[in-house]
Every structure is written in structure tokens, then in C-alpha cells.
Design a protein around this ligand. Structure first.
Ligand code: C5P
Length: 223
């Protein structure tokens, strides 16, 4: 069922420049998104990976991979594909804010204090959620330190996801930078499944299985 589906995946962190040599970013490595993209590609999907800076050498053909730096660049690439895709998977850890302006030259350390004014970045998943048609599937991710289900449900609804993959930073081996992940999947109908701690490659298999279920559900309800 995955074969031939046009699937957009966002991955990695974004990098928001303060000046030519400094930036705001986060600890995302892109492992989860790359694992999903590679699995879907191996199953015959028409994959587009839009990735922030990552050290991973993926085995995807280079024309399938769009390397971007900032959230604005990620949104620009995604916007070009949103109409044509069947499925969007938002694994990227997009920086919530970016500096109001990037200084053209390296900032000098003249003052004891300095302030950088930040402005909110666009929410790429939310933008897709607003325009997505009934046949399109949207999958989100959320990393929370507490109130996992409550915050997860809020994001699921706000961003119009078909399901959201939740993980906490509570257990060892979960989340950013690790090779393993312990996730729960929360669906639109508010049913959820809690998975065991697994490698990110195995988590990718569970997520692809969940996508297959979502595709089957769509074809039942939309025909
Ligand atoms: O609100 P929060 O950042 O936790 O939401 C996480 C989900 O939304 C992830 O799927 C993430 O990729 C997506 N997101 C996005 N653009 C943003 C912020 C989050 O696509 N600016």
C-alpha cells in the first residue's frame, strides 16, 4: 500500500542564524526521520526528505533529499510539495523562534549584556493541517517531559494530524541523539498504543505499519 505513495518527510533540527558564525538550534540528529524515509523508500514510496543539518549519510538518491538550514527554508520546500503529496510525516525539530534579524558581520563582545530579539517561526505541520484534503495523511511527532497524552492530544487536534508519535525524555535511551526510542502512538479517535523501547529502525517499522492502517481507514471512509 505504501508503494507509489508520494511521501514528504521533514527531519533533523533547523539552524537559525544570529550572525554569520552563530546560530540557534537543538539536539535533534535526524535519526528518526531518516530511518522512516529510508524504510518507506525501500518499500517503493516516492519519498521526499526535507532535512535540516544532520551528519547522517542516507542511502536515498540525492534528488530525493532537500538539505535546508532554517525553518523558513524548510517551509518553502514543503509548500512546493504539499498539494501533490499523499502523506506528510513531520519528524523535524523545528526551532520555535529565530532571531528577528541576522547580523551581516560577526557580533563583537563589547557589552556585558546583550539581547537577541526572537520572532516565532512558522509551524510547518500546522500550515499543512490547514490545507490538507480528506485523502491526505499527516503524521506528527512530539517530545514532552510531562503530561504526554494531554499535550499530545492538543497538538494532534491543533495540527490536524491523523496520528501523533509521542515520546518523553524520561527513560534512558529515548529521544534526541539516541539509537533507541520508546514511543506511544495517539490516533485521531484518541485510541493509543504504547510501544516498548526499541531501535529507531524498529520504531520506523511500527510507524509505517500505523501509516498502512491510516491509508486503509481513509480508503474505507472516503469511498
Ligand atoms: O509543538 P511542537 O513543536 O511540539 O510540535 C511538534 C510537531 O510539529 C512535530 O511533528 C514537528 O515536526 C512539527 N512542527 C513543525 N513546525 C514547527 C514546529 C513543529 O512542523 N515550527
Amino acid at each position: 500500500m505504501i508503494k507509489g505513495k508520494r511521501i514528504l518527510i521533514t527531519a533533523g533540527p533547523t539552524k537559525e542564524l544570529i550572525d554569520p558564525v552563530r546560530f540557534i538550534s537543538n539536539a535533534s540528529t535526524g535519526k528518526m526521520g531518516y530511518a522512516i524515509a529510508e524504510l518507506l523508500y525501500s518499500e517503493g514510496a516516492d519519498v521526499i526528505l526535507v532535512t535540516g543539518p544532520s551528519c547522517i549519510n542516507s542511502n536515498l538518491p540525492s534528488e530525493r533529499v532537500y538539505k535546508i538550514q532554517s525553518a523558513l527554508e524548510m517551509l518553502e520546500v514543503c509548500n512546493k510539495h504539499f498539494q501533490q503529496i499523499d502523506i506528510a510525516i513531520f519528524t523535524a525539530a523545528v526551532a520555535d523562534y529565530r532571531p528577528m534579524k541576522m547580523e551581516a558581520s560577526k557580533i563583537k563582545k563589547n557589552d556585558d549584556r546583550m539581547t537577541i530579539e526572537l520572532i516565532k517561526n512558522p509551524d510547518i505541520a500546522f500550515e499543512f493541517g490547514k490545507i490538507k484534503n480528506p485523502n491526505q495523511i499527516s503524521v506528527g511527532f512530539a517530545l514532552e517531559t510531562d503530561n504526554l497524552m494531554q499535550y499530545g492530544e492538543g497538538k494532534l487536534k491543533k495540527k490536524n494530524f491523523d496520528f501523533i508519535v509521542l515520546n518523553t525524555t524520561n527513560a534512558t535511551g529515548e529521544g534526541f541523539g539516541h539509537d533507541t526510542n520508546k514511543v506511544s502512538v495517539l490516533r485521531k479517535d484518541l485510541t493509543h498504543t504504547d510501544f516498548e523501547l526499541k531501535s529507531k529502525k524498529e520504531v520506523a517499522q511500527d510507524i509505517v505499519a500505523e501509516i498502512n492502517t491510516a491509508i486503509a481507514l481513509k480508503s474505507l471512509t472516503n469511498h
